[in-house]
Design a binder for this molecule. Sequence first.
Ligand code: 5GP
Length: 142
Amino acid sequence: MDVAMDCLFCKIAKGDIPSVKIYEDENILAFLDISPVEKGHTLVISKRAHSEALIDTPPDILAELLAGAKKVGEAMMKAGFGGFNVIQNNYRDGGQAVPHIHFHIIPRAKGRKGPLEWRSGANPYRDDAERDEFAALLRKNI
Ligand code: 5GP
């Protein structure tokens, strides 16, 4: 992997920093966001290369990331959610806190009214056990 030394998500991709994994293959890793906007909020990152934003990322890596986002979205629908949002922030002024490209896949409960509340930690898990239940539900449906 073409890593950046001080990149948090490169360290997560390599397994040097732990994460609650939803899915991984040789190209991508999907894992739970630590401060979920909705319970089940998942991030998809590349394991193959470090790049910062959409316009810095080669098309083949983007295709792998989107295939990962699709896989996670399918799992959310199979798991019984009503829908999901895909968000991808670019650069600090675009609200990107971690400068390693990632897609947010955010599940929405059936019948959920109103727009997505895009706020870090808007819907935290009660405890680690609840977090692990959401992870298991998504893993089971991938
Ligand atoms: P951004 O604002 O860059 O689009 O999103 C970065 C996301 O990474 C945020 O939603 C934040 O909660 C999540 N995040 C930051 N640090 C960690 C971490 O150490 N582990 C996990 N799983 N998520 C993280």
